[in-house]
Ligand binder design. Structure first.
Ligand code: SAH
Ligand code: SF4
Ligand code: F3S
Length: 444
């Protein structure tokens, strides 16, 4: 089927922050080719579904979304499936959903404009290559304007946790070069960013030579970015316990722009389960890192990811997970029911699969504990004076939402512009957000 060249586009991203970043880069590519952004999928000539393959539900969602693209007159926009489902399922996607015109993997999306042109000519438009030359060199300069920006510095994963698809959908671990990252950070700050979150599936495994040829780790990169005038805040995610270096821990004590927040997934508190997951850390070694982190930066907020119902998880394994949660005391966390993913080693452990009802029950118990901890963390900030980066408008007129150093959303009334930093007093706490009031300067 041949189509006309699309004039407008809409990118919809699912999954992790790295997908959000990729979605922004695809939008910038299409902008550079003269397409204009549409307000929603209904109004777009080209819809890019930037998909996630991490759990079955996420992966299946793309097919219901494709179905929803059909318009009242029976037509469909040009549809591109990008992201991790594209990588994992490739040519299977247009076989299953004939409406799909383009399939493009996470390491190939610099070719999106070319694929759009091919699709417009009615040609097969599939690219799931993982080229040796990374896509970044072929992407236009950053144009995204936002107070808080993402910057991918590391991609792929060599850890091969037995439940996880990421090493297959994103490929081997690579670190982007020093100069490319510093240039991109400067471009983002020039476009108005006050905060940059460095991204990678294993961001703390980032390593590369600096401008003088010296090998640097993530802490060295953070110290260099700290020197960029106008950049007020630096964050990074996601980290693996095995790559938490002394230097990175020390940076939390020494670099003022590095925010007091660490997302450090542990997945389980049981050593036999961690071993079966191929996590290569123990509950004890994880807790040791948390202890050292808190010694370096006492107010640090700790966040994490958990999987319940991994094959073979016994009641006592699950109790060990509750124990590590109690010992760590999280400010927030994400918890998931194990989802068997095709092609991963854990999906073969069928004899040890946990009944869905049991996994549900465990997830509820875990989430109740995590919610309790999050609420306690939020409550303890009431009465504090802190600094916010205003990121967007709130729902009520005159209301803005900003982020605290500990990544909490704070609602307050102010006419200060989005993108500015303001001092606030935290006046109330809810389970997911805080209320603040603009700090009044004390009379001298
Ligand atoms: N690179 C990061 C994030 C990976 S994906 C890390 O290593 O932590 C985000 C989270 O999804 C994981 O931390 C894990 O908790 C969860 N996850 C990954 N695969 C899963 C699966 N098969 N079933 C359920 N949850 C999964
Ligand atoms: Fe997946 Fe493990 Fe790699 Fe994280 S470290 S992306 S959970 S394989
Ligand atoms: Fe999902 Fe791929 Fe990210 S599977 S979590 S979008 S790396």
């Amino acid at each position: 089927m041949s189509r006309t060249d699309p004039k407008s586009y809409f990118v919809k991203s699912f999954g992790c922050q790295m997908n959000v970043y990729d979605g922004e880069r695809m939008a910038e590519l299409l902008d550079a080719k003269g397409l204009s952004p549409a307000d929603d999928a209904d109004a777009a000539d080209l819809v890019v579904l930037n998909t996630c393959h991490i759990r079955e539900k996420a992966a299946e969602k793309v097919y219901s979304d494709i179905g929803r693209m059909r318009r009242d007159d029976g037509s469909t926009p040009m549809i591109a499936v990008a992201g991790c489902v594209a990588q994992a399922e490739g040519a299977e996607i247009p076989r299953r959903a004939r409406e799909v015109d383009i399939v493009v993997g996470p390491q190939a999306y610099h070719n999106l404009p070319e694929l759009v042109a091919k699709a417009a000519r009615g040609e097969n438009a599939l690219d799931t290559d993982m080229p040796a030359d990374s896509k970044f060199g072929a992407l236009p300069k950053r144009a995204k304007q936002a107070p808080s920006a993402f910057l991918t510095v590391q991609e792929g994963c060599d850890k091969f946790c037995t439940y996880c698809v990421v090493p297959y959908t994103r490929g081997a671990e690579i670190s982007r070069p020093w100069a490319a990252i510093v240039d991109e950070a400067k471009a983002l700050v020039d476009a108005g960013a006050k905060e940059i979150t460095l991204l990678g599936q294993n961001v703390n495994a980032w390593a590369a030579e600096d401008a003088s040829g010296t090998m640097q780790g993530l802490d060295g990169l953070i110290r260099a970015l700290d020197g960029i005038t106008g950049l007020e805040r630096i964050r990074y995610t996601t980290s693996h316990p095995n790559d938490m270096t002394d230097g990175l821990i020390a940076a939390h004590a020494e670099v003022e722009t590095l925010m007091p927040y660490l997302h450090l997934p542990v997945q389980s508190g049981s050593d036999p389960i961690l071993k079966a997951m191929n996590r290569s850390h123990s509950a004890e070694s994880y807790l040791k890192i948390i202890e050292r982190m808190r010694a370096a930066r006492p107010d640090i907020a700790i966040s994490g990811d958990f999987i319940v119902g991994f094959p073979g998880e016994s009641d006592s394994d699950f109790e060990a997970t509750l124990d590590i949660v109690r010992a760590t005391n999280y400010s927030q966390a994400f918890s998931f029911k194990y989802s068997a993913r095709p092609g991963t080693p854990a999906a073969e452990m069928t004899d040890d699969f946990i009944p869905a009802e049991l996994a549900d029950e465990r997830l509820q118990r875990l989430q109740a504990l995590l919610n309790e901890q999050q609420m306690a963390f939020n409550e303890q900030t009431v009465g504090m004076r802190t600094r916010l980066l205003l990121e967007r408008d709130g729902r009520k007129p005159g209301q803005r939402i900003g982020k605290s150093p500990w990544l909490q959303s704070v609602h307050l009334e102010t006419d200060a512009a989005i993108g500015t930093m303001v001092d606030v007093d935290i006046v109330s706490a809810g389970p997911k957000s805080l209320g603040g009031a603009l700090a009044r300067k004390e009379a001298a």
